[in-house]
Structure formats: C-alpha cells, structure tokens
Design a protein around this ligand. Structure first.
Ligand code: ME8
Length: 656
C-alpha cells in the first residue's frame, strides 16, 4: 500500500538580518509537525528556505559594500547563518530553496509570462504609498495613521509603470474559500481577511506585481527594466521546489497540493488571498490549509521590529540545549495566538516540566530498577487495581494527542503528555516502591510497579519525539533501546516493552537550574548578544580602485613557508597559518579559505603574503598580514586558489 503523503512548509525567510527566536518558533513548529507525520508513517516533504530578492536586500548590500548575492550568501550559508541555525535546532527539512536558485528564477519568469499571456497580468501605472522595509504598496485608505498598516513604519509616495495581477477577478472565489471552507486556520483569522481586503471599500484591488525602481529581483524577460514583485516570486517557491515549471525537481505530482503552509499572522494576507488567486489564475490545485500563527513578543513588541528586542536562539540553545528551547517554544505559547517571551518563563518551564516532571520520572524510575533489580526486571508480576488509572491514561494518550496535533495545537498535545507524566509521578508516591523493596515477598508487585512506570515512560517518549528528538533518543537508550516498541503502532499498546527489559539510569536529562542566579546571568548574555554587531570580521579589506606605482611598491610581499595550518574554532571559513617569513619569528595569518583546502594539505608549501598590513583581530586571533589568493567564478560560485610558489624560493624572499 502507498504511504500517505504530507507536504508542509515554513515561510521562506528574508536574509536581511540574522534570525531570532521568533523565526525559530515557526520552523520548530513545522519540524515538530513533520516529525509527527513521519512517526505516523507518512512520507513527508518538509520545505523551508530563503526569500532573497527585493529592495531591502539591495539596500542592505549596498550599505555593507558587497553585492546582493554576496550579502545573502553570507546570511544564508555563512557562519551562524540561516542554515547553521536550522542545523543547530535539529530541523529535519527535506528540501531548502533559495529564491536565487537558478531553477526557481527561470520558473518564475515562465510563470509571469503565462499569467501575462492568459490576461491576468497587465501593464498599468502604480500610484500609492510604499513601505520599503516590508516591500508593500498600500492605498491611502489602508494606511493606519498615515503609516504602514503591517509594521507601523513610514511610507513614501511612489509612482511607477508596473504590471498588475487581476486579483479582483478572483475576489468571489477567494471569499468563498475563506468563508465556506477550513482553508484558513485558525478560523478567527478569516473575518479580518475578508473584511479588510475583500469586502472593503473598493473591493479586492488588483496587485502590483513588478517593480522598476531597483534591479535585485527576477527580471521580467519580455520587458527589461521590470523585476517581478518579491511576493509573487516568493510564494511560488512552494511549487517550484517540487519541480513546477522546472526540471530540477520532480515531486509535484507526489506532494502538491500542500497539506499546510505555516505562516506568521502578518503574512496571512499574502497566503490566504493572493496565493490562492495566483493558483486559480493558472488553474492549479490550492493548498489544503494555511495556518496563521501568532507572534512571539518581547518587551511588549513583535520581536525583531525594533533594535534591541530580539532574543538570540544561539545563546539559548547553547546554554540550555536545543531540545529545551524547542520544547519551551511549543509548550509555553498557544500556536495560534501571540505570546510574550520572558526569561522567567523559560527558566520556569525548564525547572517544572523538564527537570521536575519528565526528567525526574525517568531518572527515578530507571534508578529504582537499577537499585532493586540490578537493572533487569524479573518477569513475575502481581497486578493491582492501583495500576488501572495510569495504564488507561497512558494507552489512550495517543488518541488525545493525535486529535490536538491534527489541529496544530502543540501546546495542548504536550499538556496531554504532561498530564500522564504527572500521574506517573503521583503513582510512584502512592505505591512507595522503596517500601515494597524492603520485603522479598513484594518483589513481583514491585516489578509490576516498575514495569507500569517504564511502559508509561516509553509511550510518553514516543509521543514526545517530534518535540525533543535527542532527549527521547536518550530515554529510549536508558530503556534498553526500544528498537521494536518506539513506533506509532506501539504508542497505544500496553506491554510492548519486553518484560525482562534491562535499563540504565544514564545522565540527568534536564538538570535543574538555580533560577535567581541564572536570571541575572541570562539577562547579561542576551543583552550582549543584542549589542550592535561588531564590524564583519571575515571580509577582506576592500580593494582600491587603482594605485599609483609608489603605493604599490610599499606593499611588502614575501615568500612564506607554511609551518603549520589549523582550522579556527567556531569558524567555517578561517584557517590559521603559522608562517616562516625569514625573520626568525613565526608570523600568524588568518585566511578565509577553509572551504577550499584541508589545513594539513598546505603544511610545508610556500605561499605569498603581504606582511606590512596593520594587524587585524578575527575570531579573537590577531592576523598579521594577508596571504594572496587568486579568485574566479565557476558555475556561478566563487572559488579561491591560494597562490603557491616554487618551494626552492627561500622564506622571506621579497617579491618585486
Ligand atoms: O515574511 N514571532 O519573511 P520573514 C513569530 N519572506 N514569528 C515571527 C516573528 C516573531 N517575533 N518574527 C518573524 C517573510 N516571524 C517572507 C515570507 S513566504 C512565501 C515569504 C515569522 O523572514 C514571520 O511571521 O520576515 C514569518 O512567518 C516568518 O517569521 C518569516 O519572516
């Protein structure tokens, strides 16, 4: 029988700045959902990626003195960039799309042309208000107090020749989709969409879908000077990533239409109105659901809207563990509503749910099996009515959990699990195993109490796997591996764990935290992470346009012997060279070429360095000079070659 399929997406992120935990929130939720569906046995496609075009990126790149492509490459693929963060957070996406990927760009050009040819895109003139940071045009009546209704920032008057999408033509069909189906969830978001954008004064307006005021976008191939509006470009990622209008992938028939797009509430408008209208225009099937989740607020505002109110996920994950952060995000805030992040809440969740309830249950239970039975349970049993309630709660948990997960109610699904965990901790106190252990005659009863607890832990760990995968792995390991009893089919079955299971206590899963001390520490750490970014450390000094001969001659270029070469800790790019420059004192130079060389391959070679540059600190290490490399492009990708010269040239020889 064919496996059931499930296609889920996150929004594709703007690489205009580093991500914060508000971004991680949606991706962690999507990951939990994808893992849950895999646990159920579905074939899952989980897509995420980055939305890399638009004026904001073009402006930021200009400010940084790099090309837009270099700018986005660094934030997407660079150290502590988007992809690093998803690796750290244990995100199990199946595909990652970048809207600058060649196949996507070509597909968008074909899509734009198709909609032009079918008459749904036409040329006109745009006059209105434009919010540059949000890349959105607004009509006078949509402004709130003269400002952008999405972000509250200033708007500017704009007028340009542009292409428009005939959204108005699809108003009735989109209204029907929103009001008569469960396409948009939670249902509380429907009225806002219909009232503000469809049944508003003037009705659903046609959408401006091209720009001429900047160039960093997908060019309209039949009208040079126009680039495709970022939202049209971005929304179609959900289909191009499967192979729509391209040959890079071939999963469209398998996974489209998507089961659900998870998106933040401020971008519901694009996903619930324009996205279905675009698809209607091309006669394509519509996604089954769009779920608009709430925002994480910090200091009263949406995290990320103003400088100084972002919480760095790296700081939290490195300090408390990835699972702790994943758990905190989904346990504390209802997915459909806004939630206020606070350090107190985080520490409290760690101490109460993870350390006291779950951690304690696992460690007490396994410690007792070790202490009373040397780790291996005997098979003789003595059941009692006292076991009934916990057993019943544990075997029926899967159904209650499933009902919540199917509606993306992560907080409720976790509450169901923690109700069982609470009950199990109470069961320990009621049955007092330490008293049973005193009398040999109670051994069979004691074994039953322990088995009841282990089975409960097994079922809870199975259902917790989508949320805290690494910790559940550890729990299963301490329960003897559970190879054949950790699946969905065993999660509502009592007795799947072998009766003579051997357990081991293992390390504490979630150590308790001294709240008062930790809060002070955490505040300092987060404030430091919010401080203005230090100047980029890995960029080479900008090259002069031209130099006169005398200036050129002042560069002291020498042959240097590579005595040692190692990777710089916590840096993906940097190598640290120890060089013999002929002076008798070792010289240290850092160079961002790790992507192209393994350090050990360079030891013993002769290279060329400029040795009279002022020292620069990178990643805390002083670099005295610069190694020369040659750069070229291959398949659109930059490649660096370290300039190596004849080994017979002695160290310190001056290049002239
Ligand atoms: O909107 N709390 O990208 P983006 C919760 N490129 N969610 C938050 C948040 C917060 N404090 N801050 C941001 C875009 N988000 C477009 C998407 S999809 C075809 C194009 C969420 O990087 C935000 O709501 O600005 C959005 O869903 C996601 O992060 C990406 O935001």
């Amino acid at each position: 029988m064919d496996k059931k399929r499930f296609y889920i997406t996150t929004p594709i992120y703007y690489p205009s700045a580093k991500l914060h935990i508000g971004h991680a929130y949606c991706t962690v939720a999507t990951d939990a959902m994808a893992r849950y569906k895999r646990l159920q046995g579905c074939e899952v496609m989980f897509l995420t990626g980055t939305d890399e075009h638009g004026q904001k990126i073009e402006n930021k790149a200009k400010e940084a003195g790099v090309t837009p492509q270099q700018f986005v490459d660094d934030i997407v693929e660079g150290e502590r960039g988007v992809q690093d963060l998803w690796r750290l957070m244990n995100i199990s996406h199946d595909r990652f799309i970048r809207t600058t990927d060649g196949y996507h760009v070509a597909a968008i050009q074909r899509i734009f042309r198709k909609m032009y040819e079918n008459g749904d895109i036409y040329k006109g003139k745009y006059e209105g208000w434009y919010c540059t940071p949000d890349e959105s045009f607004w009509t006078e009546s949509q402004l709130v107090n003269g400002r952008c209704p999405d972000c509250g920032r200033e708007v500017v008057r704009a007028s340009e020749e542009a292409y428009f999408f005939r959204a108005s033509k699809y108003a009735d069909r989109v209204r029907h989709l929103l009001t008569d189906t469960d396409f948009l969830q939670p249902a509380s978001r429907v009225n806002e969409m219909v009232n503000n954008f469809i049944d508003c004064e003037g009705g659903l307006q046609d959408l401006c879908v091209s720009r001429t005021s900047f160039t960093w976008g997908v060019p309209v191939d039949f009208d040079p000077g126009h680039v495709v509006y970022v939202w049209l470009d971005a929304l179609f990622n959900y289909m191009t990533a499967l192979g729509y209008e391209n040959n890079a992938h071939d999963d469209l028939n398998k996974f489209w239409p998507a089961d659900v797009h998870f998106v933040g509430k401020e971008i519901v408008r694009f996903h619930a109105i324009y996205w279905p209208a675009f698809l209607m225009s091309l006669d394509l099937p519509l996604p089954k659901h769009v779920y608009g989740h709430g925002w994480l607020l910090f200091n009263g505002g949406k995290m990320g809207k103003s400088f100084g109110n972002v919480v760095d996920p790296y700081v939290l994950a490195e300090r408390y563990g990835v699972d702790t952060l994943r758990f905190f995000l989904l346990r504390t805030f209802p997915f459909g509503s806004d939630g206020s992040f606070s350090n107190e809440l985080l520490i409290n969740t760690i101490n109460v749910d993870l350390a006291n309830d779950l951690g304690n249950l696992v460690s007490r239970t396994t410690a007792m099996v070790e202490k009373y039975f040397g780790g291996t349970l005997p098979v003789s049993r003595q059941d009692s009515d006292a076991d009934g309630e916990l057993k019943a709660m544990a075997v029926s948990l899967r159904d209650r959990y499933e009902a919540e997960m199917e509606h993306f109610q992560f907080q409720n699904a976790l509450s169901e699990i923690f109700r069982v965990i609470d009950r199990a901790n109470k069961y320990i106190d009621e049955n007092e195993p330490w008293k049973l252990a005193k009398d040999e005659a109670n051994k069979a009863r004691l074994a039953t109490v322990m088995y009841t607890l282990l089975e409960t832990v097994r079922i809870c760990a199975t259902l917790l796997t989508p949320f805290i995968p690494e910790s559940c792995e550890k729990i299963f390991a301490s329960l003897g591996g559970c190879e054949d009893c950790r699946g969905w089919d065993e999660a509502n079955v009592w007795g799947a764990l072998r009766p003579d299971v051997t357990v081991s206590k293992g390390e504490a899963l979630f150590p308790r935290i001294d709240a008062a001390k930790e809060l002070a520490e955490l505040e300092k750490l987060l404030a430091a992470a919010n401080a203005p970014a230090a100047p980029a450390v890995e960029v080479e000094p900008p090259a002069e346009e031209s130099v006169d001969f005398d200036t050129f001659c002042r560069s002291d270029m020498r042959a240097v012997k590579i005595k040692n070469c190692v990777a710089v800790k916590k840096s993906e790019k940097l190598l640290q060279f120890t060089l013999d420059d002929g002076t008798g004192t070792d010289r240290t130079i850092l160079s961002g070429i790790h992507k192209y060389y393994e350090p050990e391959d360079l030891i013993g070679k002769t290279a060329v360095a400029i040795v009279n540059l002022p020292p620069r600190k990178m990643m805390g290490i002083e670099s005295c000079g610069m190694l020369l490399s040659a750069v070229h492009k291959e398949g659109g990708e930059e490649k660096l070659h370290l300039m190596l010269v004849d080994d017979s040239i002695p160290a310190g020889a001056k290049l002239c």
